[in-house]
Ligand binder design. Sequence first.
Ligand SMILES: *[C@@H]1O[C@H](CO)[C@@H](O)[C@H](O)[C@H]1NC(C)=O
Ligand SMILES: *[C@@H]1O[C@H](CO)[C@@H](O)[C@H](O)[C@H]1NC(C)=O
Ligand SMILES: *[C@@H]1O[C@H](CO)[C@@H](O)[C@H](O)[C@H]1NC(C)=O
Length: 977
Amino acid sequence: MLTPCLVILLLASTPGLSQGTEVVAPEERHLLPARSLRLPNDTYPLSYQLHISTNIHLGEWRFAGNATIDIEIRRSTNEIVVHAKNLSDIQITLRLLDNAKPEELGELVDDITHTFDPYATFLIVHPRVDYQAFEAGQRYRLQITYTGLMGTRPKGLYWMAYEEEPPSNRTVYVAATQSEPTFARLIMPCYDEPAFKSNYSIRLTHSSSLTAISNMPVKELVNHGELTTTTFQTTPPMSTYLVAFVISNFDHISETYRGVTQSIYSSPTSKDKGRSALKNVVLTVAALEDYFGVSYMLPKLDHVALKKNQGVAMENWGLITFRDDSLLSQDDADKHKTLKHKVMQNHEISHQWFGNLVSPEWWSYVWMNEGLATYFSYVITDLLHPEDNVMEIFNRDEAEHAYSYSSFFDVRPMTYYVETESEIMKVFDIISYKRAACVIKMFHHAFHQKTFVQGINRYLKTFQYSVVSEMDLFNSIQVAVLEDPRFQDQHWKHLVRHIMLSWTHSEWLPIVSIIRNYENNTITLRQRSIHSKTEHWWIPLNFATTQSPSFEQTHVEFFMPPVMEHTVTVEELRLQLAGRDWLIVNKQQTGFYHVLYDTDNLHAIARQLQSNHSVIHAMNRASLFQDLAPLIERNEFESVDVLFELFKYLEFEDDLTPWSQVANTIEFFDNNLYGTTAYSLFKQYVRRLVTPTFLRLFHKDKTEVVTMDILVRTDILNMACRVDMPECLDYTHRLVLEYVFKNINFESDYPDYYAIHDTILCMGVRQLSDEEFQKLIDLLIVTDPNTAMHDDMIYSLRCTRNHRRMHHYLNVLVGENFTYNLLNERESMFYLAYAFKSNVASRSSIWHFINQNYKQLARSPHFVTLFNDIAEFVPERQRPYFATLHRNIDAYLRAEHLSSKEPLIPVDSRRVGKKIRNSEEFLDKFEHQIHKWLLKELSPAGSDDTYAASFSVGNGSARPTSLLSAAGNIVRSAIGV
Ligand SMILES: *[C@@H]1O[C@H](CO)[C@@H](O)[C@H](O)[C@H]1NC(C)=O
Ligand SMILES: *[C@@H]1O[C@H](CO)[C@@H](O)[C@H](O)[C@H]1NC(C)=O
Ligand SMILES: *[C@@H]1O[C@H](CO)[C@@H](O)[C@H](O)[C@H]1NC(C)=O
């Protein structure tokens, strides 16, 4: 299954939000029955015959079902337990099958009845009088007729309406299924856990005007006038969560290659939009067969485009369902989107092996399905289309999320036991998809790619049509590693299980410190978790040095054992390493961890970057900055000089990967240095670094769309304008004027700028003349508040760095005469706080404004909340000023008996200045050092910005996301108005 909510989750989650806990509401806890939510394993399904009849063409949502399940009793028991949910009119007959005469209809068992367990969604078949009715070794035929109801949401069997084109204008109803993870029980009574694999013979009765497809090819079509019954061939052993069918008027295009027929199904008018997908899926199935050495197992594979699907796509065996847009090509599709869709299709195809052929024995191992499918969908796409560089998309869309998620959020181990339906749903998350993909990538490289794939081949062959735990995967890879002669001398060669377990059972991300001891030529390796929790890993390391850069070789050269510290000699590592040589660990960042180095080694790396940066792989140039960022943000580095030495080469950096990693760090410096004497030198320095790349990306005559690099383009633009690069300022100024006054629409006129238009507006607003600024304000007042234009204007005006204009803006927003016309009272306070946090240069203006207007602002019950919030940004040296303002406000609130949502913060609270303390420490520690370095680097010194206002120093809040301006309504609902 491919869920689209992952990124949203990342944006919406807050640290401390725990994953996978507390899914049962507390009030339900005490109602928990004694019975486990897991199926007992005393009985086992041998085969299903499923017959479903629908009159969906008449708009009838109730369907009739008949599930006949042949069951083997493995341990004597007094009940047969299956899942069933929201099924009605249940009639059960049970027959004892004669093992000797399997052809004959067995003897009817007539003293049985059934009970529901609604919490476990169990249908329990048992004798009327309790006794051990079912004996080990017996076989029964359980026949259940029932009715169910199709819903509109993609869970179980659901329906969709398609309007046909004029002249008919007919509405055609289409039915489809979604069984994963626990929705098969909505379609039929069944053993709805992945470990109960069985053969399914499916039969569907439907209008003769529609056709039916399912996991397997059609075996027989019987037409009885109005209705037709389609019978499908029996499936191989398969988990319930993969059962699928679609009843529709869809048309298809097909191609057969190596005996497998693949088809793209879509509503009849879209038939031709499936051509490029068909080409892709035919290539990919063949490539995966060759890559893993295991043929695709079914005679056919259909891909269906639906207007509604659970998430983006679902990998049902032989019948993959997609949301329309990821299967059918769009006329306006950009290259990046098309590539992403190809990867998504290939993700589902990879599941035909990972998940469908070999399935997890329980949802604890969702990562084995999703991690393997995610990673290998990129690998196979890269193999087929090396020119598309999809591994770069992997780094940006999968690895970066995995890194940041594993750093900041409350995480869980990859292998994680869950039980309730909602817990099961929740493990389809960043950990199972992205972290797992990164861990798998690490071992794919560490154990040599071919060897790892041999392990996968063994895994697929050994466990085909069966279920596995993680140990089965590790054992298969262990065998392959032992067979590889290159690992014969390695002391860890028998430890593959331990090595891999240390990653699937840990929660956080390791940071590895590489400390070179230059006197005795040894290296001390330290590992710690990025969090305070003590966790240790077997960490695959490899090394690049001045004398042997070898960035292409990514297998493990040394496994750091799971201990805090370990010292090795350079000889042990077989490295040629002189004192002034550089050493880089984790080549191409194929290992999933951060690396830190001692300062001397960083200087050596900086020297290499400055003399010829291309010697060091672009991924490692990027990871240097990625790995340093958390240290920098916590003021934990020793010498700031070395950072500025590392930045120096960026002037010549034409690969965007390192830029995307360094951007946040440069913004951090920019915010912290604002208003200091070093600031103008800093801007001059950054201008020098960023100018060539800016000119390359934003060249006037450039018409080519470079959408792939949207994020890093935003970073470059933001960086260049912040440091007053004239070309950037002119450029954004021009675009703002066009957007606001000439009705240029970013979405249609500048589609490649659409995603970065909020950055453009924010930066452009700073360049407006007084007259233009006034015109924009005038326009704002008359613009419909429900338009994107209105949101864009409110959002961008707060970026002004001009004291007077900021006052003007605030007056319009929340000033004396404001009437909540533009925003309601709560939104106004929200924007005020937002302007304060995001625009360092505006802080003194905003304090000033509050000082003048607090009597009027205090009319808002949210004012105190705002005040308390921004009090967190009061620098130490502004305390007296703050105390006076605080006293006045306090007195006024009391005198007027004004109510507020929360009490005014005490003037001596620890909260006051809390958010700025880090910045103050930064300046104490480094301001002088940075200034000195910059003076030396850039003499004679320029001084083009001396504006340093009272409340000016401090770090900004997080960079605004484009969500904010692009969807004002989302903002409104997020702040609950
Ligand atoms: C069946 O379940 C019992 C406990 O419910 C467990 O101990 C046993 O290992 C299971 N057997 C199999 C074959 O899974
Ligand atoms: C249910 O299906 C079985 C097997 O196909 C068949 O023998 C039986 O008659 C069906 N029952 C009903 C009520 O349709
Ligand atoms: C079908 O829809 C079109 C456009 O919406 C309309 O002009 C036409 O009259 C409709 N035809 C019928 C048969 O309702």
